[in-house]
Design a protein around this ligand. Structure first.
Ligand code: FAD
Length: 502
C-alpha cells in the first residue's frame, strides 16, 4: 500500500452562497488540518437571489452546529412548510406541495394508496386534509416538530426557511472566518495550469498576486471560471425542457400576512415567486425570453406586488442545465458554476449542500483517484436529472393552452425517465423513487394530482381492508390533523417570540 499524501491547501473561488457554504462546511470538517483560502471580488459581487430553501438545510445547519433561533434572527428568516402553486394546472386552480409525510401508513401500503382507493369510490376528499404541513400552512400557523408528541402529527411537522440571501452569506462568512478561513479580496485575472498534467496550480489576481492550492473549488457562479474556462467542461443545455431563462427580481415592503410557504403563481410565459421574510417580501418573475420580452416581464412583476417596491427591479439571466462533469482533475464545481435548475422548487441551495457532502465523501488526497472522481460525477448527474424531471412535470402536466409558452410546454417531448414515471402513476397510481432521489413519493403525488394527472387505479392490496375501515382511518387522520393545527401558534407570533428572546 502506498503512502497517502494529504492536501495542504484548498482554494475556494467565489464568495456567494456556494462559496461561503463550502468554506464553512470544510472549515468545520477539516478542523484546521488543511489551509482554506477563499477568493472573491466585491466589484463582481454575488447573484444575490436564492431565498427559499427545502427542509434538508436543517441537516446542514446541524452539521455546522448552528443554533436555529440564532439562524432565524441573523438571516431575517421565516418558516416554510411548502409551496403554493397558483394557476399551474389550469387558470383559477391552486394546490400546495407541502413538505413531510401524509397521514400514517396503514398495514403494508403507504397512506396515499388508501386515499386513491377512496377517491376512486368518490370519497375521501382532497389530499390537503391529510398533511399537517398543508393544513398548518393554510391557517398561517407554525411550530417546530415536537417529538414528545409521539405518534401525533405535531411530531411530524417538516420545515425549511425563507432567508435573506445577503444576510445568509454574511452569516456564513462570519462562521467560516471564525474557523480560520482566509478571505482574499480580488478579481481572478488568470488561471495558471501545471504543464505536466493540466491541473490548476494557482490563480493570478489583478495586481499580480498569486494564490496557490492543491484543490480548487469553483464557486464563481455562472461565470464558471475554472470548470468552464480553464477545464473546458461543456455545458449540457436543458432549455428545451425548462425554457425559462430570465428573472426580474425586486423586494417590496412586507405586508401584515406572513404565510409560512412560498407562493408560485403561473404567468403567461413563466411564473412569479413571493417569499415573505421578517423585514420584507422577496418577489421575482421567472420567464422564457423566447416567449416574452423583458419590458413585458418587468411590467407583470411590478403590477403584481403586494407592497411598495423597495428599489428598481434587477434582471438576472440564466440557462437551465449543467456542466457535463462537476469534478475534473483538481477542480470541483459547486453552486451555479456546476449548473442551474430554475428556482421553482428551491433546489439550488440544497444541491450546493449535497455537492459539499459528496466532496467530503470522496475527499481526495494529493493523488486524486479517478474512480472517486467518476463516482462523484455519476451521483451528481443522477441527482440533477431527477430534480430536472420533477421540475419539468410542473410545466408539462397542464391543461393550459392560453399562450404560446403554455402550449409549448404542454406538448413538448419530455425525458424518458419522466415519461416512465407519469405513465406508471396514470396506470395504477404507483410512484417509484429510485436510489437517493431528492423528492419523495408524496412530493410527486402532490404535483401529479395538483397538476391534474389522475391515477387510473390503485394498489390492489389497498382492497384488503374493508371500505368502512379505510374510511374510518382517513377520517381519523384528517380529524387529528385539524385538532393539531388548532393548537399551533400563529406563524408571525412564533417568529416574534424568537426575535424577542435572543
Ligand atoms: P454567485 O452568487 O454568483 O457567486 C459567485 C462568486 O464568484 C461571487 O463572490 C463573485 O464575486 C465571485 N467571482 C466570479 N468571478 C470572479 C473572478 N473573476 N474573480 C474573483 N471572484 C469572482 N436557490 C435556492 O435554493 N432557492 C431559491 O429560491 C433560489 N432562487 C433563485 C432565483 C433566481 C432567479 C436565480 C437565478 C437563482 C436562484 N437560486 C435559488 C439559486 C441561488 O441563487 C444560487 O444557487 C446561490 O446563490 C449560489 O450562487 P453561487 O454562489 O454559485 O454564485
Amino acid at each position: 500500500m502506498s503512502a497517502q499524501t494529504p492536501l495542504r491547501r484548498i482554494v475556494i473561488l467565489g464568495g456567494g452562497t456556494a462559496g461561503w457554504m463550502t468554506a464553512a462546511a470544510l472549515a468545520r470538517a477539516l478542523d484546521g488540518r488543511i489551509a482554506l483560502q477563499l477568493v472573491e471580488s466585491d466589484a463582481i459581487g454575488t447573484i444575490g437571489v436564492g431565498e427559499s430553501t427545502i427542509p434538508m438545510i436543517r441537516r446542514f445547519n446541524t452539521a455546522l452546529g448552528i443554533d436555529e433561533d440564532e439562524f432565524v434572527r441573523a438571516t431575517g428568516a421565516t418558516f416554510k412548510l411548502g409551496i403554493e402553486f397558483r394557476d399551474w394546472g389550469a387558470i383559477g386552480e391552486l394546490y400546495m406541495h407541502g413538505f413531510g409525510r401524509f397521514g400514517q401508513d396503514l398495514a403494508t401500503l403507504p397512506f396515499y394508496q388508501y386515499w386513491l382507493r377512496m377517491r376512486q369510490a368518490g370519497k375521501g376528499g382532497g389530499l390537503a386534509a391529510y398533511s399537517i404541513n398543508q393544513m398548518a400552512a393554510r391557517a398561517h400557523r407554525f411550530m417546530r416538530a415536537d417529538p414528545s408528541h409521539g405518534n401525533s402529527p405535531l411530531a411530524d411537522i417538516t420545515h425549511a426557511f425563507h432567508i435573506d440571501a445577503g444576510l445568509y452569506a454574511r452569516y456564513l462568512r462570519e462562521y467560516g472566518e471564525r474557523l480560520g478561513v482566509v478571505r482574499t479580496e480580488g478579481r481572478v485575472a488568470e488561471t495558471l495550469l501545471r504543464p505536466e498534467d493540466g491541473h490548476v496550480r494557482a490563480l493570478r489576481l489583478d495586481g499580480g498576486a498569486v494564490v496557490e492550492g492543491d484543490l480548487f473549488i469553483d464557486c464563481s457562479g455562472m461565470r464558471a471560471l475554472l470548470i468552464g474556462d480553464a477545464m473546458g467542461v461543456p455545458f449540457e443545455d436543458w432549455n428545451r425542457w425548462l425554457p425559462c431563462d430570465r428573472a426580474w427580481a425586486v423586494p417590496c415592503a412586507k405586508t401584515s400576512a406572513l404565510p409560512p410557504y412560498t407562493i408560485a403563481t403561473a404567468r403567461p410565459a413563466g411564473w412569479q415567486w413571493r417569499i415573505g421574510l421578517q423585514h420584507r417580501t422577496g418577489n421575482g418573475h421567472v420567464y422564457a425570453s423566447r416567449f416574452m420580452d423583458d419590458a413585458s416581464a418587468r411590467a407583470i412583476l411590478m403590477d403584481n406586488l403586494d407592497g411598495a417596491p423597495l428599489g428598481e427591479p434587477r434582471l438576472v439571466k440564466f440557462r437551465a442545465g449543467r456542466r457535463e462533469k462537476s469534478w475534473v482533475k483538481n477542480v470541483v464545481a459547486i453552486g451555479l458554476s456546476g449548473g442551474f435548475l430554475e428556482p421553482l422548487e428551491s433546489t439550488s441551495i440544497h444541491m450546493i449542500q449535497t455537492a459539499i457532502a459528496r466532496l467530503l465523501d470522496f475527499f481526495p488526497d494529493a493523488a486524486f483517484q479517478q474512480r472517486d472522481i467518476d463516482e462523484f460525477n455519476r451521483q451528481g448527474a443522477f441527482e440533477a436529472e431527477r430534480i430536472r424531471d420533477f421540475l419539468i412535470l410542473h410545466y408539462h402536466a397542464t391543461t393550459r393552452a392560453d399562450t404560446p409558452f403554455w402550449d409549448y410546454v404542454r406538448t413538448m417531448a419530455v425525458p424518458d425517465t419522466l415519461q416512465a414515471k407519469t405513465d406508471l402513476y396514470r396506470s395504477r397510481g404507483r410512484i417509484v423513487r429510485e436510489g437517493n432521489e431528492l423528492f419523495s413519493e408524496v412530493a410527486w403525488l402532490q404535483v401529479l394530482e395538483g397538476q391534474g394527472i389522475a391515477a387510473g387505479g390503485y394498489h390492489p392490496l389497498a382492497d384488503v381492508q374493508a371500505e368502512h375501515e379505510v374510511a374510518g382511518y382517513l377520517g381519523d387522520i384528517a380529524g387529528v390533523i385539524g385538532q393539531c393545527v388548532d393548537v399551533m401558534p400563529a406563524h408571525a407570533d412564533f417568529i416574534e417570540a424568537i426575535r424577542r428572546h435572543p
